[in-house]
Design a protein around this ligand. Structure first.
Ligand SMILES: Cc1cc2nc3c(=O)[nH]c(=O)nc-3n(C[C@H](O)[C@H](O)[C@H](O)COP(=O)(O)O)c2cc1C
Length: 404
């Protein structure tokens, strides 16, 4: 998303400005073109030379720079940028921006730019909570500027509080997500995507359960790729993987919980992908207390009953949604997948042979065949789950584009 994007980074005089050298380096590593402007206060904390070396570009600090051949370089930078990033945004620059002031290079270029402006406030808690700062930040939000929430933690003043500059990785994630949201040309812009992931757990008693080997990695990759393609993504997850940034995650445990949550979000969704490994059976009865061993050598029988078939239920109640499901099989993969496509009234079944050591549960790679109702099956050879996710979503986006 940041590849070849022109980012103007405006540095202000907060102590956290030392972290911005790493931020600029990471933006460049992601393929962005970066130019830096600094306030006079920022220059007190870190030298422009650092950024000149990192960006291989001159650093703007003076509005009246007699050496500068462009002469109106603040307008040049303002017009050049695809996005402006103000970091760390001091209480001072926030006040100036909220009031349209332009008395140095940074504030003047920011007033002149038509690019989206991302602001990363960082300051002492009391400065942040001052009614004037709160009011100025509200004004900037109303003006359509994007403000990032400061972190809470140990401040330079020697005490805990809110106002820390978030780490560069977090700032880059926020920037990428907003740029995706602003890009109307992406394949899934404006689409709502609902994905299930992970292996459900069916409790026997409070400390024991039945589950399967699914890690949730395929569903999480689908969620991230859909997010990066502009979709608003809800992930109903029975996996313990960390929440992907910019994806709304609903944590569930059992097949029944997953059924409830998938139904809750089904109506509003355009694309629904059941990537979870949902248990087909659950204990007929769940003990309230931990079961005790009665006596040695005694056998124990666990009576099981079927869980609800979520994919079949969604297929039966399908209206406008594009419905896809996974079929993890160990034999006769194509036959089961084709019959699942019809029986569950799905639009797509992605079949994978989980007996293949490079595919399926808990692996980082997958090998699948995509079955749809109107096309010959598409065989996807072994590749990363991210690449498989991209192919699946590309296929779905293509179908939806034709329907429009
Ligand atoms: C050591 C030190 C640390 C500072 N840290 C911050 C800060 O984190 N956030 C902030 O808003 N101001 C901070 N200030 C105050 C600003 O530097 C001051 O308000 C300055 O006028 C901001 O100018 P600028 O917005 O043009 O960069 C700090 C000042 C000093 C001396």
């Amino acid at each position: 998303m940041l590849k070849d994007k022109k980012i103007a980074v405006y540095l202000c005089g907060g102590i956290a400005v030392y972290k911005t050298a790493d931020l600029v380096r990471q933006l460049i590593k992601k393929g962005a073109q970066v130019k830096v402007a600094m306030t006079q206060s920022a220059v007190q904390f870190i030298t422009p030379y650092t950024f000149q070396i990192l960006t291989k570009q001159p650093v703007y600090t003076e509005i009246f720079d007699k050496e500068d051949k462009e002469s109106v370089s603040h307008i040049h930078l303002a017009d050049w940028a695809d996005a402006a990033l103000v970091v760390p945004a001091t209480a001072n620059i926030i006040a100036k921006m909220a009031n349209g002031m332009a008395d140095d290079f940074v504030s003047t270029a920011l007033l002149a730019t038509t690019a989206p402006i991302f602001i990363v406030p960082a300051m002492n808690t009391h400065m942040l909570e001052n009614p004037a700062t709160v009011r100025n930040m509200e004004t900037l939000k109303k003006d359509g500027r994007m403000l990032m929430e400061p972190d809470t933690g140990f401040l330079a003043e020697g005490y805990e509080g809110k106002g820390r500059m978030p780490e560069p990785e977090k700032i880059i994630e926020m920037l990428q997500l907003h740029l995706i949201r602003l890009d109307s040309s992406l394949a899934l812009t404006g689409r709502k995507v609902l994905i299930s992931a992970g292996g459900t757990k069916e409790r026997i008693d409070p400390v024991r359960y039945i589950t399967n080997d699914s890690s949730g990695k395929m569903g999480y990759q689908l969620a991230e790729v859909a997010r990066d393609a502009g979709a608003e993504v809800t992930l109903v997850s029975a996996s313990g993987l960390p929440n992907p940034f910019g994806v709304s995650v609903v944590a569930v445990e059992s097949a029944e919980d997953m059924f409830v949550e998938m139904n809750k979000h089904y109506q509003e969704s355009d694309i629904v992908i059941m990537a979870a490994a949902v248990s087909d059976y659950k204990p007929d009865h769940q003990e309230k207390q931990k079961m005790k061993k009665t006596s040695s050598n005694q056998e124990m029988t666990l009576k099981m009953k079927q869980t609800k078939d979520i994919l079949a239920y969604l297929g039966k109640h399908k209206q406008h949604q594009y419905l896809a499901g996974f079929a993890a099989e160990t034999h006769d993969v194509a036959r089961y997948a084709e019959s699942k496509l019809q029986k569950k009234k799905a639009d797509m079944i992605i079949a994978n042979d989980v007996s293949n050591p490079q595919a399926g549960f808990n692996k980082d790679t997958n090998e699948v065949t995509i079955f749809t109702t109107d096309k010959d099956p598409i065989s996807v050879s072994v590749r990363s789950k991210k690449e498989v996710a991209a192919l699946i979503l590309d296929e779905i986006a293509g179908k939806l584009r034709k329907q429009r």
